[in-house]
Design a protein around this ligand. Sequence first.
Ligand SMILES: [Zn+2]
Length: 336
Amino acid sequence: MQRIFLLWLSIILLLCCSSWGFYAHYRLNRLAIFTLPKGMAGFYEANREYLTAEAISPDRRRYVDSTEAAHHFFNADHYGRDPFHTVPQKWNDAAKKYTADTLNKYGTLPWAIQYQYYKLVAAFKAHDTSAILHHSVYLGHYVADACVPLHLTQNYDGQLTHQAGVHALWESRLPEQFGNQYNWYAGKAHYLENPLWQAFIICRGSFKCADTVLRTEHKLHLTFPDSLKYALMQRGNRKVKDYSVAYCKAYNQALHGMVQRRLRTAILNIGSYWFSAWVDAGQPNLNKLIVSPPSAADRAAIIREENLYKAGKIAPLPDYGLINKTLEGKGTLREN
Ligand SMILES: [Zn+2]
């Protein structure tokens, strides 16, 4: 009995601390494969189930590694009104200015991207299949997190402005509810000259949106009485109070496509980081690393999904068991 309770507790904790939501992380890694050039696509397609299913493992890691949480956010507003001019991009310079402890406390997301990038380059150079997959997953996850506006602010769940819950609303509820209506096509991966600089560019783009995410929700809240803002929603066997469908719809509309834009930015950047690491490693022959090529049925499914992607559309995700069944789980992000 106690074991069952602990199992449920760990599931609830996982749900309460996911970033982008499981749904979006799965989607982003999976769709980023379609941005890749021919020399890479075969290997990534052959491993797409791993890349999809493991997309959330960096979030899970936070429960076994206390240093992991800082990799998922960067509280830019801690560093003043103009953080992207104030904070030096190079870790050593930033640590000299603020101390490494301060950087760790307020999040190390752009440097986590840089670190994973160079690990991926090394993995490609070593022709190390499991390392390539592992670092592709981590790099993809951190790049995706950098595209979420509320990963860039201390007010990450609206907790400082009486908007608690807005984090999951923006990054989980909206993609889950309106994903089928978004246009997901993000184009083709391109070479990134400077991975660290690009990480700061992405973070700055997200940071610029954070105010709109919060302000828009606040304005909407003023027009919705609680009885319409919230509803009892079915979550597995339970009914829980959550934002109503009408409220999500109104919020999605008021954001004028922002969630879709950030999702596409994530797809394009994940693909571009993977591609650039491969180029920097000298474009090794990845086809030699394919252990089990896709079956005829898998091949057909990949082609079907790629054609859908080109049209901006998505196919249903595979069933990842328990996690997939709790896709609508709502959650806040982090413990800092
Ligand atoms: Zn995360």
